[in-house]
Write a protein that binds this ligand. Structure first.
Ligand code: UDX
Length: 423
């Protein structure tokens, strides 16, 4: 683990024992009974002081809004967010902070952006709200150290490489980064008694099912290393959950788009990985003139217009699903949920929505299929609707893309300027 200048100290250390004083229940001698009124007086005073502290904390700006003491049903206060510098992780961290959780972000900044951390730090500067630790989850010693120094109540594990095309070219990177790093996290959680895990999984674990829409019991037959690595990680988590009292929520995301409606965060993929990039990143790159146009990869699929069908879910809805999952997570229980809108849209439809949202008449080229792609996936979200009382509020592609476009237009260098300030 390397320290960066902006790294905040851990707030509470597991290695520092909490003060405790045993209270004698029986066999008190006379001197003890003489001291009883004094002790009762001190206790009453301590009680009053505690009540006063709670009142002040509730009214102080850093704990304004819904109370930290009543809001978090599962008793969770401090959440470890792995990959919190990334697109989805940073949006999740923002939501958790807004909901008065304490957040520790661990990120190796290989795909995420220091600028996103900087934005969060500026929004939540109060000591103890947000801690950033620069570390790689492949480094088990560093990870253990982090768990040793912090008392986490829950882990949201976002950190992962996540490009389908890249996974077919560099499968070992994917198995290492996704499957093996999840094992490191689980081992650290087990060793340090952290018992709630919200895991970022994907519709790619289903592969190309015969029947649509996809439910949580649709058989999983992933067809690319990305989906396989995520499926293996799911299996490891599920096996471990059978032997422990861990609370597990596995969320299988469909295709994530959009950004913070208040324009504080956005999607900022690495330019050097552009060739593997997702369709949303490519849409904005093309609209901004960073690339000459959009390349539609595959027009001969057995779908209505020959292009792939995907279920596009807004990142604001997605992080809401995480918070609901965290609220509903319970010991010895596993929940597996699809997170999607339930609507399938073709790549051609996406391109049209992108043109309308950006107002740019983007040049489109039609190319060969991309290795690892499946023709059609969209979710049946009824289980998450029913059990977590969650449903997608953004179901209009153009609306999500318009929100994201605002951030893209006002940040043509994405997070570069924020990152420069941060260093
Ligand atoms: O430039 C591009 C990018 C993508 N596409 C196409 O757009 C469709 C969607 O591709 P994306 O790369 O955006 O997304 P994918 O469906 O491959 O996977 C995505 O969704 C599931 C998540 O878990 C994955 O992390 C994410 O990458 C595919 O048909 C792809 O071939 C293009 O036509 N052009």
């Amino acid at each position: 683990m390397k320290d960066l200048p902006h790294m905040l100290p851990a707030n509470r250390s597991r290695s520092q024992p909490r003060a405790s004083r045993p209270w004698p229940l029986s066999g008190m001698d006379n001197s003890e009974s003489r001291r009883r009124p004094q002790i009762i007086g001190k206790l009453a005073m301590a009680f009053m002081l505690t009540a006063l502290c709670i009142l002040i904390l509730k009214q102080s700006p850093s704990f304004s809004g819904p109370s930290v003491f009543s809001r978090h049903e599962a008793g969770v206060t401090h959440v470890l967010v792995t990959g919190g510098a990334g697109y989805i992780g940073s949006h999740a961290a923002l939501r958790l902070l807004k909901d008065n959780y304490r957040v520790t972000i661990v990120d190796n900044l290989s795909r995420g952006n220091l600028g996103a951390i900087k934005v969060l730090q500026q929004l939540f500067p109060e000591p103890g709200r947000l801690q950033f630790i620069y570390a790689d989850l492949g480094d088990a010693r560093a990870v253990n150290n982090i768990f040793e120094k912090n008392a986490f109540d829950a882990v949201m594990h976002f950190a992962a490489v996540a490009y389908v095309g890249e996974s077919t070219l560099e499968p070992l990177r994917y198995y290492h980064n996704i499957t093996s790093n999840t094992l490191v996290i689980l081992e650290a959680m087990a060793a340090h008694g952290v018992k709630t895990l919200i895991y970022s999984s994907t519709c790619a674990t289903y592969g190309e099912p015969e029947k649509m829409p996809i439910t949580e019991v649709t058989p999983q037959h992933p067809i690319n290393p990305y989906g396989k690595a995520k499926k293996m990680a799911e299996d490891i988590i599920l096996d471990f959950s059978k032997r422990s009292d861990m609370a597990v929520m596995i969320l299988r995301y469909f295709n994530v788009i959009g950004s913070d409606p208040e324009g504080r965060l956005g999607e900022a993929p690495r330019p050097e990985l552009r060739e593997h990039g997702r369709i949303s990143g490519a849409c904005f790159d093309a609209a901004l003139g960073i690339i000459p146009g959009l390349k539609v990869k595959g027009v001969d699929y057995a779908t209505s217009d020959g292009t792939c069908i995907r279920d596009y879910i807004d990142v604001t809805d997605l992080v809401d699903a995480h918070v609901k999952a965290l609220d509903k997570a319970r010991p010895s229980k596993v929940g597996i949920y699809n997170v999607g809108t339930g609507k399938g849209r073709s790549v051609k439809e996406f391109v049209e929505a992108c043109k309308k949202a950006t107002g740019v008449s983007i040049k489109v080229d039609y190319l060969e299929r991309r290795p690892g792609d499946y023709a059609e996936v969209y979710s049946d979200p009824s289980k998450i609707n029913r059990e977590l009382n969650w449903s997608a509020r953004y179901t209009d592609l153009q609306e999500s893309l318009s929100i994201a476009w605002k951030w893209q237009k006002s940040h043509p260098n994405r997070y570069e300027s924020e990152a420069a300030v941060a260093l």
